[in-house]
Design a protein around this ligand. Structure first.
Ligand code: IMP
Length: 180
């Protein structure tokens, strides 16, 4: 991909290259392999954005584990609140399990607040978060983020699974928006 990438009406600068991402993902996998050994965690991958991060990370996770893929639905249309209403596609039993939610990015964290609420009704033993990117200025300190690869400024990014209006997911590098 080029150093400057134009997607629709916006331009983006190359921000984090894939080599650096792979290094951080490896470090994170080592920590997970140590921390969760013997717990047979259930990783819950939040689609669509987390698909590349989850693929890279889980190939490096060597402990026994299970993997589920979910989508989060929110009301659309005139009533839209942007709040998650439902978890779609969860096909494993959560009760009593160590859960690791795999996310592409934690921005405001409001998606995860609701997701964690819905999951906690299913009585897991423990819910942890692993995200590739974290925007600390937007997130604040709502709850602990157990694992993250990069803290980034409060600016819009694409690539490595993240999209701008459907485009940009297919880049192995991460790009940051150029202010206009
Ligand atoms: P939240 O603000 O943490 O609830 O973020 C919800 C979702 O918005 C994330 O899972 C991403 O899919 C999307 N999102 C947030 N920030 C960005 C960004 O900078 N680029 C692309 N998608 C984003």
């Amino acid at each position: 991909m080029p150093d400057i990438w134009k997607l629709k009406d916006k331009s983006f600068n190359k921000f984090i290259v894939n080599n650096d991402i792979q290094e951080k993902v490896q470090e994170l996998a080592v920590r997970i392999n140590t921390d969760l050994d013997g717990k047979t965690p259930l990783f819950i991958v939040v689609l669509n954005g987390a698909f590349i991060f989850a693929s890279d990370l889980l190939k490096k996770v060597t402990i026994d584990c299970e993997i589920a893929f979910v989508k989060l639905s929110s009301y659309k249309g005139t009533d839209s609140t942007g709040v998650v209403q439902q978890i779609i596609g969860l096909d494993r039993d959560v009760k009593g399990r160590t859960i690791v939610i795999i996310e592409d990015i934690v921005d405001t964290g409001l998606t995860l607040v609701r997701f964690r609420e819905i999951l906690s009704e299913m009585e897991p033993a423990n819910v942890m978060i692993a995200t590739c990117l974290l925007k600390p200025d937007a997130f604040g300190d709502k709850f602990p983020i157990d694992y993250h690869c990069f803290s980034i400024p409060n600016e819009f990014v694409v690539g490595y699974g993240l999209d701008y209006d459907g485009l940009g997911r297919n880049s192995s590098d991460i790009y940051k928006i150029i202010a206009q």
